[in-house]
Ligand binder design. Structure first.
Ligand code: HEC
Length: 156
């Protein structure tokens, strides 16, 4: 499980940390899955090796939150268009989360449970073509700050 010499050096520390914390239960997962399990993943573009930072279930919850609390004002493409990407891609995921949590729903900011804000962020990642994994996106500031919102190599 230590075949990580091909990884970018920025990953090495995290991979080592993941190995330490994950212990012996780790199976033959992708390096990204290991990082996600550690909640300190980075969504990578350049290697084409996007790390899964949210779960499918969480994105589905986010879709429900969107329908309930966001759809009256937002079309889905507002979360994937070039304006949106230009503004948010390359920044820590925490900034997007905080922006939504502290300003949305417009006129009633901060009224949703934190988990629901996290789910909307997971849904937004899914809409942008990022892969789902087995670990939910944590909603604490430390974990979210460690994740950079980048697009998969296949994204336009
Ligand atoms: C009552 C209408 C309304 C609702 C409901 C609403 N929004 Fe908004 N949202 C807005 C408006 C208006 C803006 C633009 C505010 C601005 O730019 O100052 C905005 C801006 C945003 C932005 C920033 C977009 C950008 O590129 O900067 C995001 C992200 C966002 N909303 C997400 C959400 C999510 C997620 C929900 C549901 C949890 C939601 N909004 C619910 C009206 C709404």
């Amino acid at each position: 499980m230590h075949k990580h010499t091909h990884l970018p050096s920025a990953f090495l520390l995290a991979v080592v940390a993941a190995s330490v914390f994950a212990g012996s239960r780790m199976t033959a997962q992708q390096p990204g899955a290991r990082l996600a399990a550690q909640n300190r993943p980075i969504v990578v573009r350049d290697t084409g090796d996007s790390v899964a930072v949210y779960s499918e279930e969480q994105a589905t919850e986010g879709q429900a939150v969107y329908k309930k609390s966001c759809a009256e004002c937002h079309e889905l493409d507002e979360f994937t268009n070039s304006d949106f990407k230009g503004k948010w891609v390359g920044r820590p995921l925490f900034e997007l989360f905080e922006q939504i949590r502290t300003t949305m729903p417009d006129g009633d900011p901060g009224t949703l449970p934190r988990e629901e804000y996290g789910a909307t962020v997971a849904y937004i990642l899914k809409l942008n073509g990022l892969p789902a994994g087995t670990t939910r996106l944590a909603t604490d500031s430390v974990a979210l700050s460690a994740i950079t919102f980048k697009l998969p190599a296949s994204a336009p």
